[in-house]
Structures are given as structure tokens and as C-alpha cells.
Write a protein that binds this ligand. Structure first.
Ligand code: SPV
Ligand code: MG
Length: 294
């Protein structure tokens, strides 16, 4: 396994590189293992997906320690780096720096903080998205940088100005302030169904810091357009969780209706696939080595 420092360094390099990279959503150890096995080089520990898998709404109903527990399960299961959705930092600068320190201790390679108030509300719900004041949010970023000084730990500052309907000038002013406060990258978020807002931002921003995007709503834009725009990293933010919902719903409907599991056997993962994903074979080998042989 890679050391924590190596894993963090690989996220830093990925975000800083001019080559477009991808981070796949994970919300537990199993979804993380599946994404790693598929070939993804980094994970996004999504607040929406983690809270959904716990049965909570994406409105800071789950506590920061519940988030840390899930991130520990994810990072214990995989070798690739995990960028954690830290929401708005669970409070002020003091809560933000505590959460960042605990996430780092439990295996995160970086944290993303959004410039909204606590409690946050998912960006795709409703119209109430009050933004944090710029100086106050810069304090949160600086406190995280001071609390977690190692150069590899990545701090992404997420701008919700476009979500809040404040427009491009506000987004650019925030990006500049967050860069000066020590962020390593800017995540610019949009809920439009096309990427025009994003490209207007990247044209004006000129990669003063690397740009990360979450194209959940503008999913039709081809990634070649992101390469052309010089975007650093694309986050596929919730698709393991949504895939699980549709697969579980279908299997529940059919078993209920058919009063049998015979019909769905060929449509669900085999137990051998599960045992392989979680490396049961290593445990057999360890038993040979450590258990008294009879
Ligand atoms: C998440 O995955 O929790 C995100 C992205 O923050 S979004 O749901 O688009 O706000
Ligand atoms: Mg989130």
C-alpha cells in the first residue's frame, strides 16, 4: 500500500497537472473499491452520496464525525486518493480546521470547502443558498491551511456564487480572494443544464489556480470541451449512489413481485465478485500463515 503522504501527493499532482483528470464518487468502502477496480485514479467522497447512504438529507444532518467515519472506511479500502466534500466546514473557521485535521488523520488526501453558511443545503434544491461573506470564508480557508500545514494536503475552495444567482463577477472576485487565502484549486459550481457559465468563468479566470468542476446538471458536454478550457479535474459526483438506487429498486420490485430470487440471480453481482473485491483471498493466505495448521 502507498503511504498517506504518497497518496496525498498524487492528488496534489493530479489537481495541479494540466492534463484533465477524473474523480469518481464513493460513499462507503464498497463503492470506493468498485471505483478503484474500474480504474479511477481518485475518489470524491460526496456529501450528497454519503448522507443519502446514511439515510440523511444533504443539509448537514449527518455530523462531521459521521463523515470522518465514512471517509476512514473509504480510505482504508482503497489506495487511491480521496478528496472529501467538507460542505461548508460544519461551522466557522474553528470547526472547519478541526474537520480538516480529523479527515486528514483518517486518510483523506484533501478537502473541499464551499462558501455557504452552516447548515448547508444541496446546491440543486430550492433557491435559498445564502453565501458566506468573503473575508469570513477566507478565514476558514486560512485556518485549514494553518492547521494542516503539510504541503501535500489539498484544499479546494468551492464557489457557490453561480448557484446563488450572483453572477460571474462575484464568482471571479471570490476565486481571487480564495486564491490569496491559500486555496490550491477552485471548484466552480453551476446548476445550469449547459456549461456556458463554466466556460465564461474559465475564460476570465485564466487558470490562476486549477479549476475543478461537477457537471451533474450539464452532463451532455463532452470532456473534450473541458480539456480545451484547461479544466484540471472533473468530479462525477453521485453516480455510484444513483446507480445503487436504481439497481436496488429494481431488485426489490422483482423479488417482491415474483416471490423468488431465481429470476434476478443472473442480474446481481456474484458472491465471488464480492469476495474478490474485498480480497478474501488475502485472508485465506493469512490464515495459512498465522493459524496453527492441524
Ligand atoms: C456532492 O456530491 O455532495 C456535491 C456536489 O457537493 S453537488 O451535489 O452537486 O452539490
Ligand atoms: Mg456536497
Amino acid at each position: 500500500r502507498q503511504s498517506g503522504a504518497q497518496t496525498r501527493e498524487s492528488l496534489r499532482r493530479m489537481i495541479a497537472s494540466s492534463e484533465l483528470a477524473f474523480a469518481m464518487e464513493a460513499h462507503d468502502g464498497l463503492s470506493a473499491a468498485i471505483a478503484e477496480r474500474a480504474g479511477f485514479k481518485a475518489l470524491w467522497a460526496s456529501g450528497l452520496s454519503i448522507s443519502s447512504s446514511l439515510g440523511y438529507r444533504d443539509a448537514n444532518e449527518a455530523s462531521w464525525s459521521q463523515l470522518v467515519d465514512v471517509v476512514e472506511r473509504i480510505s482504508d479500502t482503497v489506495d487511491i486518493p480521496v478528496l472529501v466534500d467538507g460542505d461548508s466546514g460544519f461551522g466557522n473557521f474553528n470547526n472547519a480546521r478541526l474537520v480538516a485535521r480529523k479527515l486528514r488523520q483518517h486518510g483523506a488526501s484533501g478537502i473541499c470547502l464551499e462558501d455557504t453558511a452552516f447548515p448547508k443545503m444541496n446546491s440543486f434544491i430550492g433557491d435559498r443558498h445564502p453565501l458566506a461573506d468573503i473575508p469570513e470564508f477566507c478565514g476558514r480557508l486560512k485556518a485549514v491551511k494553518d492547521q494542516v500545514p503539510d504541503a501535500e494536503f489539498v484544499l479546494v475552495a468551492r464557489i457557490e456564487a453561480l448557484i446563488a444567482g450572483r453572477g460571474e463577477d462575484e464568482a471571479l472576485a471570490r476565486a481571487q480572494a480564495y486564491a490569496e487565502a491559500g486555496a490550491d484549486a477552485i471548484l466552480i459550481h453551476s446548476r445550469k443544464s449547459n456549461a456556458e457559465q463554466i466556460f465564461a468563468f474559465t475564460r476570465a479566470w485564466q487558470n490562476r489556480l486549477p479549476v475543478v468542476i461537477v457537471p451533474t446538471k450539464y452532463y451532455r458536454t463532452p470532456v473534450s470541451a473541458y480539456r480545451a478550457a484547461g479544466i484540471s479535474t472533473v468530479i462525477w459526483a453521485n453516480h455510484n449512489m444513483r446507480a445503487a438506487i436504481s439497481a436496488m429498486r429494481q431488485v426489490c420490485d422483482r423479488i417482491l413481485r415474483e416471490e423468488s430470487i431465481a429470476g434476478i440471480e443472473d442480474e446481481v453481482a456474484t458472491l465471488d465478485e464480492l469476495f474478490d473485491l474485498l480480497n478474501y483471498q488475502e485472508l485465506s493466505a493469512a490464515e495459512e500463515k498465522y493459524l496453527p495448521q492441524t
